[in-house]
Design a protein around this ligand. Structure first.
Ligand code: DLL
Length: 435
């Protein structure tokens, strides 16, 4: 078996990457034109034939695809192979709407495991690693993605799945886990319970592979401190593959996109125009090797930018920065654009008096938006009393006003009163949608 997860496959000069992508793109477009009815229809509407696409320079001519397409053609209508060649399906429910289904052939599963394996290798792990998979194992892509990646490098997988926090920690200690894979919000929670149990010194963790939701640098520092590991970011989405579309190397300075499989673009979400290198916009992906469920120019709705500068690790694959949020989770409050991640950054910057557990509550009363942020205080602050609480509330309000341009009502709430998440955290309650 070829070891596509070895770093040499990610260190080609840019010209070679482009040549490789061009060949794969042309092949993929031709194949999809034959096999996927919706793609053929969109090409025909644009008056495009597969032969008009000669390489990556023509990518921008191709039609976009959208999450709604997966719903319209639910469950298998966009697959490009007969179902007898689909080895596994996964699904994502998202926060709203009908679930979407994705499918993988044997080759797709191999490629996915290779991509996840790359991250394990790039963060200094090998066949001696014990990989605790605390992403949900099921229709969610997180668990199986991590599991297959661990097996691919010959490591030992511990497929415990999400939840049952005490048992997670006991298992981590008893089985000697060296790598932990889960969402960053669950990692924070595990850290909290580990602190309470006083067992940090019994852990052998070295690397955390955390993703599936946005998280800030401040959160990274707190997780690293609580769990005593190096916390690395991994990105992916079910539609494109699952975890491992891009990932951080040991230098933790942007996530390398597996460009031999996925071509990223950054576009203006309003006009659809491709933006100049380095600018922030909506991330779009084209899968150039996927067989079962390929997608051309898929609008992820994630907001980020791309960095083509060489990385210290020697990989030449482009890096994307941490997605700041999604075009569809951006809140518009009193006419101002607000991303939950901006709030998180401010809160975590405040330091020890408050915890990183918070909730944003937006409502509309008499045609005016109300905007509240509830933040959990630390045990120490709780016992110190009212004066300190009011002062901290004022401090946070001012910091948020200067970052966002509008000030929420900030309320410090009792320790442990905000529900913890074992998967993706739900930070926003937008009651305006319910009226
Ligand atoms: O969350 C796949 C995954 C599993 C990625 C485990 C990483 C680790 P979905 O459930 O389809 O797939 O959700 C995909 O989650 O479009 C982003 O908005 C968000 N997301 C995923 N990774 C990150 C990340 C998985 N590292 C959606 N940072 C994506 C910020 C992320 N957002």
């Amino acid at each position: 078996m070829s070891k596509m997860w070895q770093p040499e496959y990610e260190a080609m000069p840019r010209e070679e990457i482009k040549r490789d992508q061009s060949e794969k793109l042309c092949r993929q477009v031709k194949r999809m034109y034959e096999k996927v009815e919706l793609f053929r229809k969109r090409m025909d509407e644009k008056g495009l034939k597969p032969e008009d696409i000669k390489g990556v320079e023509d990518l921008h001519k191709l039609p976009f695809s959208y999450k709604q397409d997966l719903r319209d053609y639910y469950p298998y209508g966009l697959f490009a192979v007969p179902m007898s060649e689909i080895r596994r399906v996964h699904a994502s429910s998202g926060t709203t709407g009908k679930q979407i289904v994705v499918g993988y052939t044997d080759n797709d599963l191999t490629m996915w495991a290779d991509c996840f394996a790359r991250m394990l290798i790039a963060t200094g792990n090998d066949e001696n690693a014990f990989v605790q998979v605390s992403y949900g194992l099921g229709l969610f892509t997180g668990g199986f993605g991590a599991h297959d990646g661990a097996v691919r490098i010959g490591a030992t997988a511990i497929p415990i799945s999400a939840g049952n926090t005490q048992r997670q920690i006991q298992t981590m200690i008893d089985f000697g886990a060296t790598v932990l894979c889960c969402t960053p919000s669950y990692a924070m929670y595990l850290g909290e319970v580990i602190e309470e149990m006083g067992v940090k010194d019994q852990l052998k963790l070295k690397t955390g592979i955390f993703g599936a939701e946005p998280w800030t640098e401040e959160m990274r520092h707190q997780i690293e401190e609580k769990l005593g590991l190096k916390a690395c970011d991994i990105y992916g989405l079910s539609e494109i593959m699952g975890p491992g579309v891009s990932y951080e190397c040991e230098y933790q300075c942007g996530m390398h996109v597996c460009e031999d499989h996925f071509i990223p673009e950054i576009i203006d979400p309003d006009t659809g125009e491709v933006l100049p290198e380095g600018e922030q916009g909506e991330l779009v992906f084209t899968t150039i090797t996927k067989e079962g469920f390929p997608l051309i120019r898929y609008r992820t709705r994630d907001i980020c930018s791309l960095n083509y500068e060489p990385c210290k690790c020697g990989r030449t694959h482009v890096r994307m920065n941490k997605p700041q949020g999604r075009t569809d989770d951006m809140l518009i409050i009193r006419g101002v654009n607000v991303f939950p991640s901006q709030i998180e950054e401010v809160l975590l910057g405040v330091g020890g008096e408050i915890t990183p557990n918070y909730q944003i509550i937006v409502d509309r009363v008499n045609n005016n938006d109300t905007f509240e942020v509830e933040v959990e205080m630390s045990e120490e602050m709780f016992s110190d009393g009212v004066k300190g609480i009011e002062k901290t509330e004022r401090l946070i309000t001012e910091k948020l006003r200067s970052t966002l341009g509008i000030a929420p009502k900030v309320r410090l709430v009792n320790p442990k009163s905000i529900t913890r998440s074992e998967g993706k955290a739900k930070r926003v309650i937008d009651k305006r949608k319910l009226h």
